[in-house]
Ligand binder design. Structure first.
Ligand SMILES: Nc1ncnc2c1ncn2[C@@H]1O[C@H](COP(=O)(O)OP(=O)(O)OP(=O)(O)O)[C@@H](O)[C@H]1O
Length: 293
């Protein structure tokens, strides 16, 4: 299995605070992967390390087999759209498509023009005067025009309206299916992730909690409903909630449940992600704010 993105013990800190720590993961080529996690979990930090905008403080990251930091050659096959879709604001979309052709050896200008025309983006208006969503579409069209083997997108659909979001994700799936591009996109929109992605990476408090194909992860997690405080053996309890008489658990483990006191249910991807995010041990900042917990 070829690996498009690989991290081994990867860490980055700002001062004494780790933004990402002990990050070990493997993203096989050809996957469309979601990078999910709460605000501040380290998603942007991981993406910035992957495209060489940050240097690791610990461990290593490789994209398409190469370390990205200070390695322009490694980035020729990589597309990246940062969270705030930075673009030269005085340039028009047409200028940017032309500029892309001069800066990239492989450049599909027709693809970019076709997408932007279909979306009704004015070709000659400075991109600084487009709406946030239109600017995001321009950035995405430019990233696709590079025909990258690995495409990293930091919250690409956050500023798009629901229809534009669906259209973009469909176009993304179509374009990567044709070209075997690997995609890693961070998102808070689990419904979109569920429709689009076949691989999930979940970060929580700077650490990787899940990394695997969606099918495998769903197969190894279940919801169990049974008598209060009875612990099912051989599984890791991810999340529990209780009424007076019953416990509802989200568990991880490949064990077969044949004990009649437990009702077993499959999880949706959203249930699974929420079980990890709804974390009782989450750090709070009550001390720092000087307010009671
Ligand atoms: N330049 C910086 N200086 C100091 N701390 C930073 C810096 N950038 C990020 N951090 C901290 O690193 C941690 C991870 O931030 P990061 O932006 O990677 O999270 P994220 O998962 O992308 O969050 P969001 O979903 O809100 O975009 C956070 O605690 C953040 O406050």
């Amino acid at each position: 299995m070829d690996i498009a993105l690989q991290a081994d013990g990867l860490g980055k800190r700002y001062g004494r605070t780790w933004a990402l720590r002990n990050c070990t993961l493997r993203l096989p080529t050809g996957r469309i992967a979601a990078l999910v996690g709460p605000n501040g979990a380290g998603k942007s930090t991981l993406l910035h390390l992957a495209v060489g905008l940050l240097r690791p403080d610990e461990g290593a990251v490789r994209i398409l087999g190469q370390e990205p930091f200070n390695n322009i050659g490694a980035l020729a096959d990589v597309g990246f759209v940062a969270q705030d879709t930075p673009l030269y604001r005085d340039f028009s979309a047409r200028d940017l498509v032309t500029l892309g052709g001069k800066l990239n050896q492989r450049w599909d200008a027709a693809l970019a023009r076709g997408r932007l025309a279909q979306l009704g983006i004015p070709p000659d208006r400075p991109v600084g005067k487009l709406s946030g969503g239109q600017r995001a579409q321009v950035a995405l069209a430019l990233a696709l025009a590079k025909r990258p083997r690995l495409l990293l997108l930091d919250e690409p659909v956050a500023s798009l309206d629901p229809l534009a979001r669906r259209e973009f994700l469909q176009a993304l799936m179509g374009s990567v299916a044709e070209s075997d591009t690997t995609v890693l996109l961070s998102s808070h929109l689990i419904a979109d992730v569920e429709r689009t992605c076949d691989h999930l990476i979940l970060l929580l408090r700077s650490e990787v909690k899940l990394d695997g194909s969606v099918d495998d992860l769903l197969a190894e997690h279940h919801q169990l409903i049974g008598p209060r405080d009875a612990a099912p053996p051989g599984v890791e309890v991810i999340r529990s909630s209780h009424t007076d008489r019953q416990s509802t658990l989200v568990v991880r483990g490949n064990r077969v449940f044949d004990d009649p006191q437990w009702t077993v249910k499959d999880l949706t991807l959203e249930d699974l992600v929420l079980a990890y995010l709804n974390d009782d041990t989450a750090t709070t900042a009550h001390d720092a704010w000087g307010v009671p917990a």
